[in-house]
Ligand binder design. Structure first.
Ligand code: AMP
Ligand code: GLY
Length: 442
């Protein structure tokens, strides 16, 4: 606990998601200091006790510890008497960061390593879904190329090939033909392009429909859903080009009927209640279901065990409650005691990326226009660094701009208007975030 009984919080990670988490936690009246490890050029600011609205009240400071250096993070949290650590990236979860914090008697928000298997092993996740009646695409798991290729031929339908382990979003290939699938299988099982993560592959039927991200706070038993969001994964407008970590997101998603909400809530809840029966560990943290809304109802494409990026930048500006309180209640198993209220209206987050991303890109490009403080937009940093006082690009996804408004068109207008103020050489962004949904929202 810090000065005057205010709490200290540590956010682990360095992306736009972590900036949004630090920003939302710094608005809590209970929080006096935020630390971000390792953070970026946007995750350091001075306290402003008079801050109103969505300006952070508490200070935030970067700590130069990488997100996967678990012993150093535990030591920092212990020395600084951190009250709550919030884990951003899946890699840290898969390395058992929450288990290590618990062993040290420290509170950390996120699932334990075993529970995070839902994300770090697609084989585990699919078998769990199949065994517990959670709707998902038909699939089989393979370790040898010939049997996998035979399955694709016998199935006679378009498939998706997925590396079992974490592959930084690159281990999923959506295939049009059996030949495409064979190439993908060869890359995993013969050429070992994804190393250990691709020694086992999942081949599943390709589903058609609209995608939806459903995120929920979980305390081991209770769940509270966040507004539905929609990510845009491809680099170019019209869903062209290669997949990225996500080029933009908005929340809530207009036009989702009640008869779809119910089964989504049920499948998230069933996952949280059944998982401990399978592995003996409760699920605490954010459970994120990537869904396809098919004509047979919603089906799970994948589970993630953390906040989404850039979904978080579109969801948290809508939160009308104390994030510190919610996350602490999850860790303490009493989520049912706190309220999660959401503002009416909509939020849209548009990502600005480096020229060449998701392939090779330059870094160190100076960024201008970051000083303005727009009223209805927030800039979250991702791949940025400070070089002699100047903010420069330092990653593929550089910034995201979240616009907030009474409805999706207004949120988008505000995000895009502010993007015009920010510049760096070769800045790229999609012009069509939320475009096909705009009409449904007004
Ligand atoms: P994942 O990492 O499993 O969510 O997959 C990344 C992207 O691949 C998803 O956002 C979908 O666009 C697509 N995808 C994954 N699985 C399927 C599937 N069974 N059918 C169609 N598209 C899929
Ligand atoms: N936006 C996709 C993800 O966070 O996995």
């Amino acid at each position: 606990m810090g000065r005057l009984g205010l709490k200290s919080v540590l956010v682990v990670g360095s992306g736009g998601r972590e900036h949004a988490l630090a920003w939302a936690l710094a608005q809590s009246p209970q929080v006096g200091q935020v630390f971000v490890a390792p953070g970026n050029a946007g995750t350091e600011w001075h306290a402003n006790p008079d801050a109103a609205g969505w300006q952070p009240r508490a200070s935030s400071a970067n700590v130069p510890i990488p997100a996967d250096d678990i012993p150093a993070l535990v030591a920092f949290a212990r020395d600084q008497q951190i009250d709550l650590t919030v884990i951003g990236p899946e890699l840290s979860l898969s390395l058992g960061i929450v288990d290590a914090f618990e062993r040290a008697g420290l509170k950390a928000f996120g699932p334990a390593k075993d529970a995070a298997q839902l994300e770090w092993s697609k084989h585990f996740s699919k078998a769990f879904m199949r065994g517990n009646g959670i709707p998902t695409a038909e699939y089989e798991t393979f370790t040898d190329y010939d049997s996998a290729a035979r399955y694709v031929r016998d199935l006679g339908k378009p498939v998706v090939v997925k590396a079992d382990g974490l592959a930084a979003g690159k281990g999923v290939v959506v295939c049009d033909t059996a030949e495409d699938a064979e190439i993908a299988l060869r890359r995993c099982l013969v050429e070992h392009e994804f190393g250990a993560a691709g020694r086992r592959v999942i081949v599943e039927e390709r589903l058609e429909g609209q995608e939806l991200s459903a995120l929920a706070f979980c305390d081991g038993e209770n769940i509270e859903m966040m507004p539905f969001s929609r990510d845009h994964k491809r680099i170019f407008d019209g869903d062209e080009g290669p997949n990225t970590g996500g080029m933009g997101a908005f929340a809530p998603v207009p036009g989702i009927a009640y008869d779809i909400i119910r089964p989504i809530h049920d499948l998230l809840r069933r996952t949280v209640t059944r998982l401990p029966k399978r592995i003996g560990t409760p699920y605490v943290g954010v459970l994120y279901a990537g869904l396809m809304l098919t004509t047979d109802g919603p089906k799970v494409l994948e589970f993630n065990c953390r906040f989404g990026d850039p979904e978080t930048q579109a969801i948290l500006p809508l939160l009308d409650a104390d994030l510190y309180e919610i996350l602490t209640a999850c860790v303490e198993g009493r989520l049912d005691e706190v309220g999660t209220h959401w503002r009416r209206g909509a939020c849209a987050a548009v990502v600005l990326s480096s020229p060449g991303y998701p392939g090779d890109y330059p870094t160190g490009l100076p960024i201008s226009g970051l000083d303005a403080q727009p009223e209805n937009a927030v800039v979250f940093h991702a791949g940025t660094a400070r070089l002699n006082g100047q903010v420069v690009t330092a990653g593929g996804r550089v910034l995201s701009v979240s616009g907030i408004g009474d409805d999706l068109p207004e949120a988008l207008r505000r995000a895009y208007a502010h993007i015009e103020q920010i510049n760096f050489e070769g800045k790229h962004y999609r012009r069509d975030i939320g475009l096909t949904y705009q009409e449904q929202s007004s």
